[in-house]
Structures are given as C-alpha cells and as structure tokens.
Design a protein around this ligand. Structure first.
Ligand SMILES: Nc1ncnc2c1ncn2[C@@H]1O[C@H](COP(=O)(O)OP(=O)(O)OP(=O)(O)O)[C@@H](O)[C@H]1O
Ligand SMILES: [Mg+2]
Length: 297
C-alpha cells in the first residue's frame, strides 16, 4: 500500500504508525488507517480514502476461493532432492470446476496435498478463501481443513459397517449438532445425488458409482469452499466415470463451491471450465474453456 502524502504532518503520522506497529500491521490493518486518514485528509483527497476502503473490503471478501502463489515443493531424502513443483501459480473462483492433467510423476498429487493443507510448500503460499495456509498448524489447521475442504478419493474410502447415511454424515460428528439434524442434512444430500433409496445400504452393497456418490455427499456435507478429488473416477468404468464427473459439474455450477479434479482421462475435462496442464512440476498450459462446459451433451 503506497500513499501520496500532501503535508509533512501526514508523513509524520505514518512514520510514527510504522515505527510502533511495523510494516505488516500498516498494510494489513488498512481499515484503521482508512478511518485515520478520514479525520485528517482534505476534501480533494476523497478518492484516496475510497481506495483504502475498497482494499479493506477485499480483506473481508476474498476474490478467489483458491489461490496458489509461486508454489514450489522440493522433497528431500538425505542428499537427494526432487523438485516436485516449481513456481506454480493460479487462482480459482467459487463455481469453477478445474481439471488438473499431466503425465505420471508431473506433480498433480503433490499439488493436491498442498491445496488440501496435508503438506506445506517449500516456497510460496496457498490461500483458501483468502486465508494463507502455510503458517497454520495443529488444531487450527485441522479445524480449518474440516470447515473449508472436502476430499474425494479414487478408492472412495467409505467405512464398511456404516450405511450410506452414516458415512455421509461422518464429517458432521465433530460439530455440536443434534443427530436428527445431521441425518436430515445427509439424507437431503444423498437424495439429491440420486441415492434416496440407498440410505440403509452398506458400501459393500453399493456399486462403484454409488459409493463414489456417497463419498461426494460426505465431501459436501459441511458446505466446503473447495473440494479436492484426486482421480475420483480411477476405479470406475466409463459410464460411471461420466456420471460422477457430470455430477461434480452440476455441483460446481451452484456457484457455492470450487472443485479441483485430477484426472488421466482427458475426455472428462470437457465437463470442466478450466484445464490446468502440469509437466515436470510446472504449469505448461492453463485455460478457461467455458464453451465446452455449457455445451449440451
Ligand atoms: N514423499 C515423497 N518423497 C520424495 N519424492 C516424492 C514424494 N512424493 C512424490 N514424490 C516425487 O514427486 C514427483 C511428483 O509426484 P506426484 O505423486 O505428485 O505425481 P503425480 O502427477 O500425482 O503422478 P501420478 O499421475 O502417477 O499419480 C515424482 O517425481 C515423485 O517421485
Ligand atoms: Mg498422483
């Protein structure tokens, strides 16, 4: 944040503020500065005040649900270093359904682990809902992950012995929520995903496509900002793969959630509005493809 000062009094004020609170506070707590300036600035400088207020709003309402800035990941084991990701930057908004594609070993799962806050970047930062995640640890990070993120896995990872409804409501167990409300939420989601008549069945009694739909309900049940799906169709046949990805497309179109899916199946990217190509740990190509997504199939 750079401001043009018109008189020496203003300059001294800023200098005193920075000396007491440091540069970080100076730019982060722009709101304080804004009200401060309003008391002292002349009429002709109103535009500058508006500029500061808009900046403050941006702190409260981030532009992007996900933002990777200069993300680099180096794995070290002994003297060996592997550059899994190098300087990866992109941003996505709510409602985006992005595919991450690339050859085996190109860094797709590494990126998903970083976005999922399961691992930390060596350099760079990942912002989820405007919050920088790399400095968060312990309970705070676990809490943040539970609230903001949903995961869908290739192998579904449902718990055998629990029926579809119980599997879908599992993430809500950490909330102080009455059981009836948990059930209501899980039932509504499963019904929406076409499993209203499968609530009492165990994972072993469900088809692969049905199991993945239960896993999608489980990922959605806490209204996350971001859903991460690493090869969600890897264990499905082509018909079920299409159905599951079509479903993810519909969910993202609600505009409430961003979905990122890793896939080896380029054909499935036609359901996405963004395709990010990764090669040797770098973004090789990154494009919005609005046409493809809206086309009637
Ligand atoms: N824990 C680790 N320690 C050391 N190297 C790792 C580790 N995890 C991944 N790598 C290396 O980082 C690179 C990227 O791996 P990653 O699993 O992200 O690839 P990928 O694109 O997901 O591949 P695939 O399509 O086969 O799943 C690879 O060279 C891999 O060997
Ligand atoms: Mg992988």
């Amino acid at each position: 944040m750079l401001l043009v000062h018109t008189n020496i009094y203003n300059l001294i004020k800023h200098f005193v503020f920075i000396s007491f609170f440091g540069w970080r506070a100076y730019s982060y707590y722009g709101k304080w500065s804004a009200s401060w300036f309003m008391m002292f600035r002349t009429k002709s400088e109103m535009l500058k005040i508006v500029f500061i207020d808009v900046r403050c709003l941006n702190v409260v309402m981030p532009d992007y649900s996900v933002e990777a800035r200069g993300v680099t990941k180096v794995y070290r084991s002994g003297s060996i270093e592997v550059d899994a990701l190098t300087d990866v930057s992109f941003s996505l908004q709510r409602g985006d359904f992005a595919a991450i594609v690339g050859p085996s070993g190109s860094g797709k799962s590494t990126l998903m682990n970083l976005l999922g806050t399961i691992d930390k970047p060596t350099r760079g930062e990942i912002y989820i809902d405007g919050v920088p995640t790399s400095k968060m640890d312990g309970n705070r990070l676990a809490d943040f992950r539970n609230k903001k993120l949903g995961f869908i896995f290739q192998a579904f990872n449902l718990i055998n012995g629990l029926d579809a409804e119980k599997n879908a409501e599992l993430p809500l167990m950490v909330d102080p929520m009455p059981e009836s409300e948990r059930k209501k939420k899980a039932d509504a989601l499963l019904t929406k995903l076409g499993l209203g008549n499968r609530l009492r069945l165990n994972p072993t009694q469900l088809s692969g496509g049905e199991q993945q739909r239960v896993a999608i309900a489980r990922a959605l049940v806490r209204d996350p900002v971001l859903i991460l799906a690493d090869e969600p169709t890897g264990d499905l046949d082509s018909k079920n793969s299409e159905e599951v990805v079509q479903l993810l497309n519909d969910i993202s179109k609600s505009g409430k959630v961003t979905i990122i899916m890793v896939t080896h199946n380029l054909d499935l990217t036609k359901y996405c509005n963004r395709v990010i190509h990764i090669k040797d740990g770098r973004i090789e190509k990154d494009a919005y493809v609005k046409e493809a997504r809206t086309k009637k199939r």
